[in-house]
Write a protein that binds this ligand. Structure first.
Ligand SMILES: [Zn+2]
Length: 538
């Protein structure tokens, strides 16, 4: 975060270790309210790079010691985290594989403190009061490298001890990060009937209640010409754990990634929102979050969604669906929510196909844990969702929300005296300003849209006003609502009824709805075959 005042001063020694990692330390200064200095004995905390031969200094301030000699480093492989309360909550008790280079701590540390992480050779990360020591080191970022590359499934021991150290210092100095939230997302279901393929709304709602999770169905705006009133009523009356979001517009091939003009893209995005409003009118909950069909969305379409009034899109990280140039910033994938050309992105993982070992890292960074699926993933029943809900809870995440409720109110805050700095990750953020704070800055992260202007509006007891991002403004204690407004805003394009799209969609829906039936017929046929085989057998 880009703080204007009073960042935490962190001494780095030796100078050489600092100077060999300029991009890494610059990215960390942008990620945390810290300022790195070399050789400042008065700094608030210290990071010491030493070789095992060098003795550790007597410490009087929070200190992270990073041991290592590159020649003796090996791949760490399996890392087992302990249950200690000094281990960040998402990692407690987890075992993860790691390819970072490092080594076990020398035996002089054997009785030194609490082991936080252990490899097969011995402890690699330990803590004692405000002191930490690790047997691995972060690497300098490549020219287009990101911090997140060193804090992810398969590669984390180089950076995790340092990121955790800076995070703890920041929290101790008043920094607040959002808590991770969770949701299941199903692509494609509509409200034409009680069920959609293997997904049955009544079963799902009861199961979600029993296992304490929430589900959002990403529904196709084209499908909203008809809504089965009884299903919508059921979802409304049960205060249902099942809600909706927006899935493309017509769900045609490359629908959201073929646009390169924000004006035309915004017409489509506005039409998608307008058609989707039928779900709300029927009484079910639908949030203004775009879930792109097939996971792909162009930059122009992100800008279109911004203008149409979407709160976020929900798509996969790493951003394989974006050109590298659009996605690259040293902090891409690091924030609670990234913004790409101004629009917040809620990252998601496939319920089966993705590497779920990345979930602890998302939880550590305060990112939502969104697991998506298709109705066919429920072929084996709903147990899959119960298992995944347990996995999410094991990371210390138990705030399940609809996708529409995950998007707003995500921000971080840092206070120094009467001043506060808020980093806004959402388009709409409700903030409680504490007593004693009189000035605040509001900052938005990420790249700006090319052809859309973003304004920042504050609404508090005194009324509504527009402010410039980053500008220090007078505030009173109490509630403030900060809203990012895009101009020009978008109006729906007046298109005719897309006959071909509708026919194609109807064929797909017929296939999806027939899937459980044909599966039952197949199962019955194979049972009959087996029975016959048995009968004619010996
Ligand atoms: Zn789809």
């Amino acid at each position: 975060m880009v703080t204007s005042g009073s960042p935490i001063r962190v001494d780095v020694t030796p100078r050489d270790a600092f100077e060999r990692r300029p991009r890494l330390f610059a990215a960390l200064e942008a990620a945390f309210p810290v300022k790195f200095q070399v050789g400042n004995a008065d700094a608030d905390a210290a990071i010491v790079f030493v070789t095992p031969a060098g003795g550790s200094e007597l410490v009087s301030r929070p200190t992270l010691t990073l041991l290592g000699e590159h020649e003796t480093h090996q791949s760490i492989a399996a890392v087992a985290f302990s249950d200690s309360s000094s281990v960040p909550r998402p990692f407690r008790g987890q075992t993860l594989t790691d390819s970072s280079a490092g080594q076990r701590l020398p035996s002089t540390y054997d009785d030194w403190g609490t082991a936080l992480a252990t490899s097969q050779a011995g402890p690699i990360w330990m803590a004692r009061d405000r002191e930490f020591v690790a047997g691995s080191r972060p690497e300098e970022l490549g020219p287009r490298g990101t911090l997140r590359e060193q804090l992810t499934a398969g590669r984390f021991m180089g950076l995790l001890p340092l990121a955790h150290f800076l995070r703890e210092l920041s929290i101790a100095a008043s920094w607040e990060q959002p808590q991770s939230t969770a949701c299941f997302v199903f692509d494609d279901p509509n409200l034409h009937w009680w069920s959609y393929g293997y997904l049955d709304y009544r079963e799902l709602a009861a199961h979600a209640e029993a296992h304490d999770y929430r589900v959002t169905a990403a529904t196709i705006p084209l499908d909203q010409w008809y809504i089965h009133r009884a299903t919508a009523r059921f979802l409304r009356e049960g205060q249902s754990r099942v809600s909706f979001a927006v899935h493309g517009n017509n769900h045609t091939r490359h629908e959201l990634d073929r646009f390169d003009d924000p004006d035309r893209a915004s017409g489509l995005a506005a039409e998608a929102l307008k058609r989707s409003s039928a779900v709300r009118r029927a009484g079910a909950e639908i949030g203004p979050v775009m879930v792109p069909p097939h996971g792909a969305c162009s930059v122009a379409m992100l800008e279109g969604c911004l203008r149409a009034g979407f709160d976020a899109i929900c798509a996969e990280w790493p951003y394989w669906w974006l050109d590298e140039a659009d996605a690259s910033s040293p902090l891409a994938g690091w924030h609670p929510l990234d913004r790409i050309v101004g629009l917040p992105v809620i990252p998601r993982l496939h319920v089966v196909a993705s590497d779920r070992d990345d979930m602890p890292f998302r939880a550590f960074l305060g990112q939502p844990l969104v697991l998506y699926a298709h109705h066919t993933d429920l072929k084996g029943g709903l147990d899959l969702l119960a298992e995944r809900a347990d996995e999410v809870r094991a990371l210390g995440v138990d705030s399940w929300r609809s996708l529409g409720n995950i998007a707003p109110d995500v921000f971080s805050a840092y206070r120094f005296g009467e001043n506060m700095e808020f980093t806004l990750y959402s388009q709409r953020t409700r903030i409680a300003v504490p007593e004693g704070v009189s000035r605040a800055r509001f900052v938005c992260i990420g790249g700006k849209p090319s052809e859309t202007a973003l304004r920042l509006e504050l609404r508090d007891a005194a009324g509504q006003r527009e402010i410039a991002p980053g500008e220090a403004v007078e505030v009173g204690s109490g509630e403030i609502i900060a809203t990012v407004v895009a101009t020009p805003s978008a109006a729906p394009t007046r298109g005719g009824w897309p006959v071909r799209g509708a026919v194609r969609r109807l064929l797909t829906e017929t296939r999806d709805r027939a899937a459980p039936v044909s599966n039952r017929i197949q199962a019955r046929a194979s049972r009959r075959l087996a029975a016959n085989a048995h009968r004619v057998g010996p």
